[in-house]
Write a protein that binds this ligand. Structure first.
Ligand code: ADP
Ligand code: MG
Length: 265
């Protein structure tokens, strides 16, 4: 697809993030530039610790611990997200950006049923209102994420779910609001290959039908090449290379990317 001449949905410029430890500030993102266009799937690849999750959580203002943005901008349709209050950001997260965090255990509330948490996400967005309608939508998004027996599962709690089922519940929550941008941080790493395929196919059909943009974070270059239009390669808090997936795979320019490509199965 040609994306060159359109305004991106999301535009990140010179993003810097640091974690504080005592009096020292440790910069882990050293000036990231990244554009995501409407309907585009962008994959961030890179080894563990390269800053993929930090980039994702900075976009939705959910940096863990002492993490904070120290410079740069994250512009979604003309609004710099780094300047928003927590409440404003929560609304954006409910409505415009769906976020599937990396760790499915720590991101579901153990005392609330799965159904309640999915329904909260739907209500926050306001796309469904009546009790029946919200319930119907909750079952639908759980089924779309490949969860069998969704109607019964609604009433269960996170501890009654396997790791893979929790991941699917989180994906459902991310999709519940019908967002413009879905950010999925290693969304299928805990899943077996068949379920991986179901979920990634679902994401692909969303981008095709609704023009949803996806930021797919993965350490798996093969998966990125298969699923993304654009690949962004991160190493040690910097983007070392980015471009159309096929070009990155067939003609990597940066030595780090060349090593990744050589190591990919
Ligand atoms: P990736 O997702 O690519 O594996 P991360 O974004 O999780 O990488 O980590 C990037 C860097 O930020 C690493 O050096 C990591 O140690 C650091 N980091 C991540 N989370 C925290 C945190 N909560 N506190 C301190 N440092 C962190
Ligand atoms: Mg990560």
């Amino acid at each position: 697809m040609t994306t060159e001449n359109r305004t991106p949905l999301l535009s990140i410029r010179d993003l810097k993030v640091a974690f504080d430890s005592g009096k020292t500030s440790n910069e882990v993102l050293h000036g990231i530039d990244l554009d995501i266009h409407r309907g585009e799937t962008v994959a961030i690849v890179g080894e563990s610790g390269s800053g993929k999750s930090t980039t994702a959580s900075a976009i939705v203002n959910l940096l863990p611990g002492t993490g904070h943005v120290t410079g740069g901008s994250i512009v979604l349709e003309g609004t710099d997200l780094t300047s928003l209050t927590k409440a404003q950001m929560e609304r954006i997260r409910g409505r415009d950006i769906g976020f599937v965090p990396q760790d499915p255990m720590s991101n579901l509330n153990p005392v609330w049923s799965i159904g309640f948490q999915v329904k909260e996400a739907i209500r926050a967005n306001g796309i469904a209102t009546g009790r029946k309608e919200v319930e119907r939508r909750a079952i639908e998004v759980l089924q779309q994420a490949g969860l069998a027996d969704a109607e019964r599962r609604l009433h269960q709690f996170p501890h009654q779910f396997s790791g893979g089922m929790r991941q699917r519940a989180l994906i459902s929550i991310g999709l519940a609001a019908d967002p413009k941008l879905l950010i999925a941080d290693e969304p299928t790493s805990a899943l077996d290959v068949t379920v991986q395929r179901v979920i990634l196919d679902h994401m692909a059909s969303l981008t095709a039908e609704k023009g949803t943009s996806v930021l797919l974070i993965t350490h798996d270059l093969g998966l990125a090449a298969e699923r993304a239009d654009t690949i962004v390669v991160m190493n040690q808090g910097e983007i070392v290379e980015s471009g159309p997936s096929r070009e990155i795979l067939e003609n990597p320019q940066h030595p780090y990317t060349q090593r990744l490509v050589a190591a990919a199965p």
